[in-house]
Design a protein around this ligand. Structure first.
Ligand SMILES: [Ca+2]
Ligand SMILES: [Ca+2]
Ligand SMILES: [Ca+2]
Length: 317
């Protein structure tokens, strides 16, 4: 009885605090997404000055949708100054045919067609103090304005560094209300490449949750500009803190890791562990054996993966 009672309390507390469509999520344990403007050197930690995020909503959802951005301006505590804050960042919401399904939309680089679909709304932010550590809301949108993908509608948010050379730190949320973050049931946030700021405290481990489809036999992880600042590893049902290659300042590195059947249809946990309290912005993406990028969900699917000892069952002696 006591355990049932505790479970009920846990569910209530989770529903109040566990915003499923907040990016970064509490599971990821990073401070902010980080997008630099075009005149910045890539060695500040952003390789292409464009971040793409997707939000999928079940077709049966009824009611308006809102996309919200926390601290959209580039001027203040969450942002990275390079000289004075003189950068512009454009936030755009896309729906309609091909917003998600165009192959370029899922490319890790802003190749031709990355901005596919119908532009529903956009706004460019500079160093306006009025947006400092405040939420800005796009919408309302009708779910049917999204790109049809099976039993879901998918929307795309593009965050593009424009003129200037500073880094814009921000958070994103999908919400069913305009003035606060309220989850849309069973909606998911995901991206194919993430450009982000790690927490300063080296005791805080960052986590990313790539989802492994049944046809994946190996993954190639690629990371940029970790500054040789610690180590990276993968945990899954079959990998126990498996160490992976991590990058130095301004460089890309990659490493390939075999996938076993037990890891299919689950998220893996890519962990980043810093060795000191320096500020650090970097980029991460994974590819399957065909070179296609693998989605990171802001929530692990179906939950945080744990290594299982003796996961391999051998039928013969
Ligand atoms: Ca500047
Ligand atoms: Ca900002
Ligand atoms: Ca860095």
């Amino acid at each position: 009885m006591k355990s049932i009672y505790i479970s009920i309390i846990f569910i209530i507390v989770s529903s109040l605090t566990g915003f499923a469509q907040l990016v970064p999520s509490s599971y990821e344990n990073i401070d902010y997404l980080m997008t630099f403007s075009k005149e910045s050197s890539k060695s500040w930690g952003d390789d292409d000055f464009v971040q793409t995020y997707f939000f999928s909503v079940p077709k049966e959802h009824v009611g308006n949708l809102y996309f919200r951005v926390y601290d959209p301006n580039c001027s203040g505590a969450l942002d990275q100054a390079n000289g004075t804050f003189d950068s512009k960042t454009k936030f755009s919401v896309y729906g309609g045919k091909d917003a998600f399904n165009h192959p370029a939309a899922k490319n890790v680089n802003p190749v031709r067609g990355y901005d596919s679909g119908v532009l529903l709304d956009s706004k460019t932010f500079g160093n306006e103090a009025v947006f400092e550590e405040k939420w800005y809301t796009f919408g309302p949108f009708n779910p049917m304005e999204g790109d049809v993908d099976g039993d879901k509608f998918v929307f795309k948010l593009l965050i593009e560094g424009q003129s200037g050379n500073d880094g814009n730190g921000y958070r994103l949320a999908l919400s069913s209300e305009s003035d606060k973050n309220k989850d849309v049931e069973a909606a998911l946030a995901f991206a194919y490449e993430i450009s982000f700021r790690l927490k300063s405290d080296p005791k805080e481990v960052a986590h990313f949750y790539p989802f492994i489809d049944p046809d994946v036999t190996s993954v190639k992880q690629n990371n940029f500009d970790f500054d040789g600042n610690g180590e990276m590893r993968i945990t899954s049902v079959a990998k126990n803190k498996h160490k992976i290659e991590s990058s130095r300042d301004g460089e890309w590195v990659s490493s390939v890791h075999k996938i076993v059947e037990e890891e299919h249809n689950l998220s893996m946990d890519v962990q980043i562990i810093k060795s000191d309290d320096s500020g650090n912005d970097m980029v991460l993406y994974l590819q399957n054996q065909y070179g296609d990028a693998i989605p990171f969900y802001s929530l692990p699917q179906p939950n945080v993966p744990k290594y299982k000892y003796k996961v391999k069952i051998t039928l013969e002696e």
